[in-house]
Design a protein. Structure first.
Lengths: 993, 91
């Protein structure tokens, strides 16, 4: 053995002494064993001072042995993996573990900020509001940054997390939280009954309190019974045991959240493995066997290192064979606390005294005291003398008023047990108070959930087994599994006796919430200042708001408040319980959805070809689209885009437009259906023709646009904008299924099935002839503007061809099955070589549509009407359609609406910017004379200047007017002319030619 | 929350999109502006049991009428919209 684990017992415990592990705490090397937690290893090495407290920087040690720990929080690991506020009590020890204490400077032993204790009077509840009031402007600049530096605990890594996190679903009949006696009994009953069971245990070993407290079950020592139960469960094919997994939340419909710490017990997750996995478990029934949490008693100095929960002390001694103290005093108000005295004596430790608040002590315990040679003092601890090195002396106020002192280096405290009512209360269930155990027990649990054993206030071992078994059997039955559950495990119930003691008056700070440094006097002060409701108490004092969510403090806080206000504890009530039960890393919720996987990426069919061409891609929604194709020697994007536009206008170019939403509309009523969803008519469209269509929302505002073609009498092919593809599909399904169920029509999304290319320019037809079967007539007569039909390509592939133009040139759009998309791009390049074919991106597409005055996303912006866009004449007066009535409302047809108009700077050299406001020339810009704004801009190679479209009040009546473009963001003011929105080929001869 | 789609079975919330109150009926073409105004803008917001439109966009694309308690999220009934699926009303 390399290490001197001074406080390790010579034998016993569940640690593996054959595997010695070295670890570091605050830079110093220590040794522990496999099976230790960081806390138990620190205990074994005699380390008592583990951290400094939140507000007062008081020295703190280890209070508990579980996930309820408020004090022993450390920074675990280093560098990018550094994780603040990790509980030493649940962190599994591994070789090379590196932990550091928090909230101290320069060192844990000498902490400068401990001076805060001298200013304690100003750090009372609500001190932020009282102390840093004046002058007000100091708050942001001085007070808040100073407070933030001083407060807070650990430091986040500040670097990207190098580990992976996973999210998964699981389905079962019965999910069980906890593997103590109740949880194991529930799993046995449910599993034997034939149910699909998931058993979640947050610890890395099964057994719960049995690991520390032992007992006899079915005549066997507890450890042996646990081993047999686990073996039986492991052999059941439909039982899944998940250790290192905390059930942290309950959601609607029997969905449970669980966090599995897959590889937190290793220095670094093995290759290709995740650090943690977030489970969503769907279960018909849930058995909460989460046990209970021993509660502290509030007295002066109760936060001194060496003061520990009595049950935690048993855990360290029995489970880890590590002794927190040599000479132990026990302060208890109940029978169960005595087990710590028994444990200490059995381990050969000294018991200094037992201070029991109850008037009577059982004869068995009296004889234990006389055998152990320690006194039993009737009374309460009212003060602890000690500092950062731990407990030295304990002062006791005896029943009857006398005082006593006890010399000890450790104080075990038991104030009774609080059932873990978190899970059962997450659906606004309010736990109910039970006087006989002086604790809240579950009430109003979510549907399908039942608490069993200690979590239900049944503390005896026999009762835990019985309740767990019965709950497991019932859960299996409710889930429709009717197998035999076999015999129920049996054990005796321990004697129960408790006299509630919450707070012992004394001199010095008595802590209720140790993680947030909330004292008994803070609670009393809050009550005096009028914070009567527990919810107000919580927020004013921050009681229970730390990372431990008040697991050891909430009930004591309520009890103190109840005592001050003269109400009972149940009258005072609890705050609302909310998940998660334990802190869950944001990374686990994100799972793999980070960085480039934050959302899905959609690639166009020709993406890889475009990438080979060196295309620059732009994110449009989930899509990556080629924005432009730079060529060697081009100095910027504008030069590339201008070249692409000129190539199309002078020859031929092509662009992948597969991102458009594409919907096949089939059925005898397809035309009638489209008549109702578009403002213009489609039933009158001839087969073999395409038409531009505009959809409104029911409130009369424009929703989407696109071309729709009639490929057969009962078959239309509808396109949507890229952005609205999914939403339009949803809208059309709503129209079809909900609004017009009488129409015989079906919709099929074919967006992903067709690769679609726009081929535009005066030589578009020449290029197409090289691609399309020579038998197809592509002449202006055989395939006129707005023609649409299926064609055969050279080689026999079937395609759809549409003569539609977004660029203003003679243009076609050709659709081929998506798997041929990339081949189509390559073939267009080969076949188009003689014509100087040029691939163009979305920028050139945008330039040409602005030159042509076509509206797009910036104009279809959710505020414009068809008339605003200059498309009012498309609105049919012969039929009803979505949005027809509301589009006629006064404000939507007002003559002073902002409508689409062309805009160009009077200075041809000036760059027009979108977003610039339009105000009358010569006026000082302001909200009163704001007449609209520039929506889309581009540099027009045709006009050799910047041009744009805008929404301007009465714009179409003001063609030729010079107005002022006011751009406060860029600090620019310049003159622009309102002009026809169609800058290029206004009579449309080129696209028809 | 989980919704039992009549076509796909029980599925989780993430597959569905919420629309809202399923009670308003689209007025007839000649119903006039007031009726359409009410249809477009007036929605009940019940603290309790309410009939709602949900869309199974992550599944079969059926529109559903879901009876849900807005206080407890308990779902007591799920029906397909009249025109959901392939069968036609009156066909």
């Amino acid at each position: 053995m390399r290490g001197n684990q001074a406080n390790r017992l010579a034998a016993g415990g569940l640690v593996d002494r054959s595997e010695e592990i070295s670890f570091r705490f605050d830079g110093k090397t220590f040794f522990g064993f496999k099976g230790d937690t960081l806390a138990s290893a620190l205990v074994a090495n005699g380390v008592r001072l583990v951290g400094r407290s939140f507000k007062y920087h008081r020295p703190r040690g280890i209070l508990t042995a579980g996930s309820e720990e408020p004090n022993a929080l450390v920074e675990l690991r280093s560098g990018a993996r550094r994780e603040p506020n990790t509980k030493a009590t649940t962190a599994e020890l591994y070789e090379g573990l590196d932990a550091a204490s928090q909230n101290r400077w320069p060192s844990l032993n000498f902490d400068v900020m401990a001076v805060n204790q001298l200013f304690a009077p100003i750090f009372v509840a609500g001190f932020y509001y009282k102390t840093f009031m004046w002058p007000a402007k100091f708050w942001e600049a001085i007070y808040e940054p100073a407070i933030r530096r001083a407060a807070g605990l650990g430091r986040a890594a500040g670097l990207p997390d190098p580990d992976h996190y996973d999210k998964a679903w699981a389905h079962c009949d019965v999910v069980i939280a906890g593997s103590g006696p109740a949880g194991l009994a529930a799993a046995l009953a449910a599993g034997r009954g034939g149910a699909r069971v998931i058993l979640c245990e947050e610890d890395f070993v099964l057994g719960g309190r049995l690991l520390a407290d032992g007992g006899t079950i079915d005549g066997l020592p507890a450890a042996e019974w646990v081993a047999r139960a686990v073996a039986e469960l492991t052999a059941m094919p439909d039982v899944r045991i998940m250790t290192r997994t905390t059930l942290f939340g309950v959601y609607d419909g029997g969905t449970y959240g669980a966090i599995e710490r897959v590889n937190d017990h290793l220095p670094v997750p093995p290759e290709h493995q995740v650090r943690q996995r977030l489970w969503r478990i769907v279960a018909k029934r849930c058995v909460v066997a989460a046990g209970s949490i021993e509660r502290p008693i509030v007295f002066a100095g109760n936060d001194t290192p060496g003061v520990m929960m009595a049950s935690a002390m048993r855990s360290y001694i029995n489970r880890y064979a590590a002794t927190p103290s040599r000479r132990i005093a026990l302060f208890t108000n109940n029978e169960d606390g005595w087990r710590t005295a028994e444990t200490a004596i059995a381990a050969g430790l000294q018991v200094a005294a037992v201070i029991d608040a109850r008037p009577d002590v059982s004869p068995a315990h009296r004889s234990l005291a006389s055998k152990g040679g320690f006194p039993v003092l009737h009374g309460s601890v009212n003060g602890v003398d000690g500092g950062k090195n731990g407990v030295r002396k304990i002062s006791v106020s005896l029943t009857g008023g006398a005082r006593a002192e006890v010399e000890a280096d450790g104080l075990a405290v038991s104030g009774g047990w609080n059932p873990a009512v978190g899970l059962t209360s997450y659906h606004r269930g309010r736990p109910k108070w039970r006087d006989d155990i002086a604790a809240f027990v579950p009430d109003g649990a979510p549907p399908g959930m039942i608490a069993a054993g200690a979590a239900n206030g049944a503390f005896g071992l026999g009762a835990c087994l019985r309740e767990g078994f019965e709950a497991g059997a019932a859960a299996a039955r409710d889930a429709g599994r009717s197998g035999s559950t076999g015999s129920m495990p049996v054990a005796n119930d321990e004697a129960f006796s408790l006299m509630p003691v919450w707070h012992v008056a004394g001199k010095g700070k008595a802590f209720v919430d140790q993680q947030h440094d909330v004292t008994a006097s803070d609670v009393e002060l809050a009550q005096r200042e009028g914070f009567q409701s527990v919810e107000h108490l919580k927020r004013y004092t921050t009681l229970g708001m730390a990372t431990d969510q008040g697991k050891t403090s909430n009930v004591a806080g309520l009890a103190i408040m109840a005592a001050v206000s003269g109400k009972s504890i149940p009258e005072t009530g609890t705050t609302i319980y909310r998940p998660p039960y334990v802190p869950v890393a944001i990374g686990a919720f994100a799972g793999h959805h980070r960085d480039e996987n934050f959302h899905a990426t959609r690639l166009t069919p020709s993406h890889h070809w475009a990438a080979e061409q060196g295309a620059i891609f732009v994110d449009t929604g989930l899509w990556k689209r080629a924005q432009w194709y730079p060529r060697a020697g081009e100095k910027d994007w504008l030069e590339s885009v201008t070249r692409e536009v000129k190539a199309v206008r002078g020859g031929v170019g092509f662009c992948d437009v597969s991102t458009l939403g594409k919907i096949d509309v089939h059925g005898p009523d397809a035309g009638a259906f489209l008549d109702r969803v578009y403002i213009n008519a489609f039933s009158s469209l001839a087969v073999g023709k395409a038409r531009y269509g505009l959809m409104l929302r029911e409130d009369g505002i424009v929703y989407d646009d696109g071309t729709t073609s009639r490929l057969a009498e009962d078959h239309y092919f509808l396109t949507t904008t890229t952005a609205k593809a999914g939403l339009v599909m949803q809208h059309l399904e709503f129209c079809r299924q909900v609004l017009f169920p009488e129409l015989d029509v079906q919709l099929t999304s074919v967006s992903d099935q067709w690769a679609q290319f726009s081929i535009a320019g005066p030589k578009a037809r020449d290029l197409l002839k090289e691609i399309v079967d020579p038998a197809e007539d592509l002449s202006n007569e055989g395939f006129p503007f707005m023609g649409a039909r299926a064609v055969k390509l050279r080689g026999g592939l079937k395609a759809r061809l549409f003569r539609i133009s977004f660029s203003g040139e003679m243009a076609f759009e050709i659709s081929v099955p998506a798997r041929y998309g990339e081949a189509m791009a390559r073939n267009l390049m080969i076949a188009g070589k003689p014509f100087g074919v040029t691939p163009y991106g979305t920028e050139a597409l945008g330039v040409m549509r602005i030159e042509k005055g076509h509206v797009a996303g910036p104009e279809l912006n959710g505020t414009t009407t068809a008339a605003d866009l200059g498309l009012g004449k498309m609105m049919s007066t012969k039929k009803d359609f979505i949005g027809r009535v509301m589009a006629g409302r006064e404000a939507l047809v007002a003559p002073n609406r902002q409508v689409v108009v062309g805009i160009k700077p009077t200075d041809k050299a000036r760059r027009l910017r979108s977003g610039a406001h339009i105000v009358p020339k010569g006026e000082t810009p302001g909200p009163d004379n704001d007449q609209g704004y520039v929506t889309s801009v581009c540099f027009s190679p045709v006009l050799d200047q910047w041009i744009g479209l805008g929404l301007v009040e009465r714009g179409r009546e003001r063609i030729g007017e010079i107005v002022q473009a006011h751009d406060p963001l860029r600090g620019e003011d310049y003159d622009v002319e309102l002009c026809n929105s169609v800058f290029y080929d206004p009579d449309g001869g080129r696209q028809r030619g | 929350m989980r919704i039992v789609c009549p076509f796909c079975g029980e599925r989780e919330l993430g597959e569905f999109t919420y629309l809202g109150d399923a009670k308003p009926q689209r007025p007839a073409a000649d119903a006039g502006e007031d009726a359409v105004y009410d249809y477009v803008y007036l929605r009940d917001n019940i603290a309790g049991v309410m009939s709602e439109h949900w869309y199974h966009g992550g599944g079969c694309r059926a529109w559903l009428k879901v009876t849900r308690n807005t206080l407890t999220h308990e779902i007591s009934a799920v029906e397909p919209a009249a025109g959901a699926g392939a069968a036609k009303v009156g066909a």
